[in-house]
Design a protein around this ligand. Structure first.
Ligand code: MV4
Length: 502
């Protein structure tokens, strides 16, 4: 049984993984780059080892160094988190070879799903619906034009090694085919070292709905229902919720069964996600499988009541799943928003810097997964996500109200954040009504612009601090004069100073 886990990651996810380890009585080892010496995950772990300079290619992506630290520290398993080495089949293999448990799926499953053309073929063989298109890489441009005429324009040209939008081209006109294929090809070559591209029919206003799956090493696979992830900006998710507001019980059952079939087709074990695009008539198509724990996993944890990291560790230990499909159900509604160190009022420019103040939201139904603390410098080398705010409510309406309450209380100074932008999203009619697809952000620009200053009272910590400073100064200047004129009503002071923008 696993006794010590090396977490090959940083930021909120490293801490998230260590929390479950601690609850399970498992020791933790952190690794860190030079700029992360003072990072929270280093403080949280039982043990911490430096692995190199700031660029991830010289630290968090260095398989050799990470394996070396695992051996040195006596870790018997490695959890890769998300990003970095989490979907690297060679790393999973290397762990195996070195006698270290990789807390994740088999190298075979990672490889098969990592190559989108192979994944499509495998899904077709498994009877899982895929977007109409090709199952072989395009070799001959003349043949490609024939195929596209057969499918009908518009189409998408996609890189087989891609995912997440890289190496992807939308083609609307026949005369653009040749250029689109060649530019997709060269982008794929440059990004992935593999220029294989394929064709899919374009689904015009899709929803992005994904299913969480869990499989053990004995062939048991269950799904933990869906996550609606259509609120995205430049292929970056901004808001995720479960259940999806557009789902029906019938379609949910069918998609869940297909998600399990998709996982079964690669003998999947571990936690994974099947991504579907879904049109307005609830026709759905397999898009890709993510063979890792995802950023948005907490909404599933909250609604289904399962600790996904604990399950990953149990699965890696070879234990059978402790529940069957019929034991699982969705309870209430959860929403997650991602807080980025970016300036939403200045084209989402990254805003690295030192955290001067942070008040995290608390209270009933609120979870905050982060890693920032006062004095910490958000480095510019990694993903600018600083935290995730996850709320639960009995209904979708309750969850939205709770999220707005939590965003109201959430204060970060020192860096710009997307908090005001997230607040604005919660006021968009289409979001409130649950009528949105992947075009939500572009279609609702008018609601998402910075708003006029709002003069509502805001009793934030900055205001209270400013008041106390003010009184202290007065008392120092006039020690004999009781400061009665302001009374002890700091709320007045707070009201005067408050500037709440969202
Ligand atoms: C598509 C599509 C429409 N039709 N494929 C974007 C990222 C990558 N995972 C797949 N993506 C898409 N593939 C076909 N055949 C539209 C998108 C897409 C999208 C998908 C999910 C979430 C947000 C999106 C934003 C733009 C385009």
């Amino acid at each position: 049984m696993i006794k010590k886990v090396l977490v090959a990651n940083r930021g909120e996810i490293a801490i998230r993984v260590m929390r479950s380890c601690r609850e399970m009585g498992i020791e933790t080892v952190a690794v860190y780059s030079d700029v992360d010496r003072k990072a929270m995950h280093v403080r949280y772990a039982d043990d911490a080892y430096p692995i190199g300079p700031a660029p991830s290619s010289e630290s968090y992506l260095r398989m050799d160094k990470i394996i070396e630290v695992a051996k040195l520290s006596g870790a018997d398993a490695i959890h890769p988190g998300y990003g970095f080495l989490s979907e690297n089949a060679r790393f999973a293999e290397l762990c195996q070879k070195e006698g270290i448990i990789f807390i994740g799926p088999s190298p075979y499953a990672i490889n098969t799903m990592g190559d989108k053309i192979t994944a499509r073929k495998t899904m077709i063989a498994a009877g899982v619906p895929v977007v109409p298109g090709t199952t072989e890489p395009i070799r001959d441009i003349k043949k490609a034009i024939e195929v596209i005429k057969g499918i009908g324009l518009p189409v998408m040209i996609k890189a087989s090694a891609g995912g997440g939008g890289k190496g992807m081209r939308l083609v609307k006109r026949e005369e653009d085919i040749v250029n689109a294929v060649s530019s997709a090809r060269s982008e794929a070559k440059a990004s992935f070292g593999d220029d294989a591209v394929y064709i899919e029919k374009y689904i015009s206003s899709p929803h992005h709905i994904e299913f969480q799956v869990l499989g053990d090493q004995h062939g048991n696979i269950v799904h933990l229902f869906e996550r609606e992830c259509s609120v995205q900006r430049r292929h970056q998710k901004v808001v995720e919720e479960t259940p999806s507001p557009i789902m029906t019980p019938e379609v949910r059952m069918k998609m869940g069964a297909d998600a399990v079939a998709a996982a079964r087709a690669v003998d999947y074990y571990g936690a994974g996600t099947i991504e579907f695009i879904v049109d307005d008539n609830l026709n759905y198509y397999f898009l890709e499988m993510n063979t890792r724990l995802q950023v948005e996993h907490p909404i599933t944890e909250r609604v289904v009541g399962v600790d996904l990291v604990k399950q990953q560790i149990n699965i890696a230990n070879g234990l059978p799943l402790e529940f069957k499909q019929e034991d699982l159900s969705q309870n209430g509604h959860a929403i997650e928003v991602r807080i980025y160190a970016e300036d939403p009022d200045n084209n989402f420019m990254p805003s690295p810097g030192i955290i001067k103040h942070i008040t995290e939201p608390l209270g009933l139904g609120v979870r905050h997964d982060g890693y920032a603390y006062v004095g910490y410098e958000i480095p510019m080398y990694y993903d600018p996500m600083i935290s995730k705010l996850i709320v639960w409510g009995e209904t979708r309406k309750d969850a939205i109200a709770r999220l707005k309450r939590a965003l109201y209380a959430y204060k970060i100074t020192g860096v710009k954040t997307s908090i005001p932008y997230l607040h604005r999203i919660m006021e968009v009619p289409a979001f409130i009504e649950g009528r949105y697809n992947t075009h939500f952000i572009e279609e609702n620009q008018q609601y998402l612009q910075p708003r006029a200053v709002c003069t509502e009272r805001c009793m934030d910590v900055a205001a209270i601090t400013a008041f106390v400073d003010y009184i202290t100064k007065l008392e120092r200047l006039q020690p004999d004069k009781p400061q009665k004129h302001l009374g002890n009503n700091w709320k007045d002071f707070g009201r005067k100073r408050s500037v709440l923008r969202f």
